[in-house]
Structure formats: structure tokens, C-alpha cells
Design a protein around this ligand. Structure first.
Ligand SMILES: [Zn+2]
Length: 190
């Protein structure tokens, strides 16, 4: 199982350190809720901007014994080599009417990669959006639902409104795609 932590250092600094930055120890296990987890080494993870090391934590409960969980920064999307901000930017551009080829050219990634994100978001975005709508509701019970109109448009709408609702509540800026990663355990694309 994986859990997500909010990266406190700049993304460039995190990449430069190969992911070996101070990671907050989780208060409890994401799988069983046990309150005692310990750090348990690192494993390598490939990103388009270089290799990073991902912290594992080990849970001492009877349920989780011998199993460790991954602790992912909120900039990584499950199963993808590109960062959340990049993938989110592509989804927003597509929702605004830009085609996948110009998006790929702008981001400097293969067109097939962008098409992969878009297909996945079209298929699963509705479900991810439903989770983000719940998160938005917790901050703003009278907020509007994201637009219907397909997985990608709905996902983009839900991510933006969840970030806006929490930003309004906290008085702090909230980056929509990192926030979405944090609230979907890294499964931004389902
Ligand atoms: Zn556990």
C-alpha cells in the first residue's frame, strides 16, 4: 500500500537530492491504522527528471507484520514517470480544447505519453473526481458540483474546485494537482 506526504522542499531540491529529503513519519499505518510505523529503507523510482529514492515504512501490527508501505511525495503520480503538475497541466489544457500533440510539444514529452494520460483520465476520471468532490464538500458544503461532460473535464473541474475550497478555508494557496494526489493516495489517473 502507498501513502502520500506533502513535500516541504522545492521540487528541484527534491530531484537534486534524489528524493532523499526529510520525510515526515506517518502518525499511523495507511492499511491497518496502527499507530506505530517505522522507517524501513528506500527503493528507487524512475521519473523523467531522474531517479529518486522512495522511503518505505514498516508497520509493526499483527495485521501488517513483515509488510512495508511506500511513502510517496505529493508530486508523484502512481505508475507515471512525469510529475503531478505536468500531468495536471496536460489535463487542464485538453479540457480547454488543446489537442494532445500540441500539449506534448509544449511539455517536451512523447505524444503517446500524453494520449496515455488522456485515455486513462477519460476512463477513470469520473471516479477520481467523485473522491475530490467529497474532499471539496468537507471544506465547502454548499460548493457546486464539477461540470459533467466526461472523465477529463469532470476531473479537472473537481481538482480545481477542491483546491479552491481548501484554499479559501485555510487562507493559503493550494496547488490543485498536488492536492489531488495527496487525496487520492497518488492515483490521480485512477
Ligand atoms: Zn499496518
Amino acid at each position: 500500500m502507498q501513502m502520500v506526504f506533502v513535500l516541504e522542499v522545492r521540487v528541484d531540491a527534491w530531484l537534486e537530492a534524489g528524493g532523499r529529503v526529510k520525510v515526515p513519519r506517518p502518525a499511523s499505518c495507511p492499511e491497518c491504522g496502527h499507530g506505530w510505523v517505522i522507517f524501513d529503507g528506500f527503493y528507487p523510482r524512475h521519473t523523467r527528471r531522474g531517479r529518486v529514492w522512495i522511503q518505505r515504512v514498516w508497520c509493526a501490527s499483527d495485521i501488517c507484520e513483515q509488510r512495508s508501505h511506500s511513502l510517496l511525495p505529493d508530486v508523484l503520480v502512481s505508475g507515471r514517470v512525469d510529475l503531478a503538475s505536468v500531468i495536471g497541466w496536460a489535463l487542464q489544457a485538453w479540457a480547454a480544447g488543446v489537442g494532445h500533440r500540441p500539449i506534448a510539444a509544449q511539455l517536451g514529452v512523447p505524444a503517446a505519453t500524453v494520449r496515455g494520460w488522456l485515455r486513462r483520465a477519460a476512463a477513470r476520471g469520473g471516479r477520481v473526481a467523485a473522491r475530490l468532490v467529497e474532499v471539496a464538500r468537507a471544506a465547502d458544503p454548499v460548493g457546486r458540483d464539477p461540470p459533467a461532460g466526461g472523465g477529463i473535464v469532470t476531473l479537472v473541474g473537481a481538482a480545481l474546485s477542491a483546491a479552491q475550497a481548501w484554499s479559501a478555508l485555510s487562507g493559503e494557496p493550494v496547488e490543485p494537482w498536488r492536492f489531488a494526489v495527496a487525496h487520492t493516495a497518488g492515483r490521480l489517473l485512477g
